[in-house]
Design a binder for this molecule. Sequence first.
Ligand SMILES: CC(C)(COP(=O)(O)OP(=O)(O)OC[C@H]1O[C@@H](n2cnc3c(N)ncnc32)[C@H](O)[C@@H]1OP(=O)(O)O)[C@@H](O)C(=O)NCCC(=O)NCCS
Length: 170
Amino acid sequence: MSNSMSIAIVPPTTEADLRWLAHLWRSEWGGDGMVSRGHMYPLSALHALLAKVDGEFAGAATYRWDGAGGCELMSLNAIREGAGIGTKLLEAVERTAREAGCRRVWLITSNDNVDAMRFYQRRGYRISAVYPGAVDEARAVKPSIPLVGNHGIEIHDEIELAKSLAGEMR
Ligand SMILES: CC(C)(COP(=O)(O)OP(=O)(O)OC[C@H]1O[C@@H](n2cnc3c(N)ncnc32)[C@H](O)[C@@H]1OP(=O)(O)O)[C@@H](O)C(=O)NCCC(=O)NCCS
């Protein structure tokens, strides 16, 4: 796949779009709900953006307004990794959040996801909080959360990353 391929970022509009998103969540996130900071958010309650390449589903981002001037990125997936799809989706979420008047975009990832930590930090995100043991607590709510994650790392902790939309974070 070349870097010059055209990636379209669109909100889901059809039943097929929503079905694909639900399927993606089941296969990648273990269900149709996401636990963040002790709350379970059903997919149906979130906003979404889809990435399409040549009309084919290629990735998705979901997010929500946190009620405190921020936008929480709830999920980000690229079906074909390393082709710029994740970056495009992240930029689209940030643009949407900025237009909605949000001051920051933030997200929770688990301690095993060192690839995501690299990905976000390379794109202006900073670690804004660490919650030791939070994934163990989330597992009580959502037992499908695995015990061992990426690179064989045990999953226990939540790491919050954030990017200020107003400029540099202090
Ligand atoms: C994290 C993720 C969304 C990034 O999306 P992506 O489309 O692969 O990202 P891009 O192509 O825009 O950028 C790729 C970056 O990741 C690196 N990368 C990670 N995995 C890669 C892979 N398998 N192949 C190539 N590059 C990869 C590249 O080096 C590049 O980093 P750099 O530009 O900072 O040097 C995607 O890898 C993914 O879906 N991961 C699984 C789900 C997940 O962990 N989501 C994040 C937590 S919510």
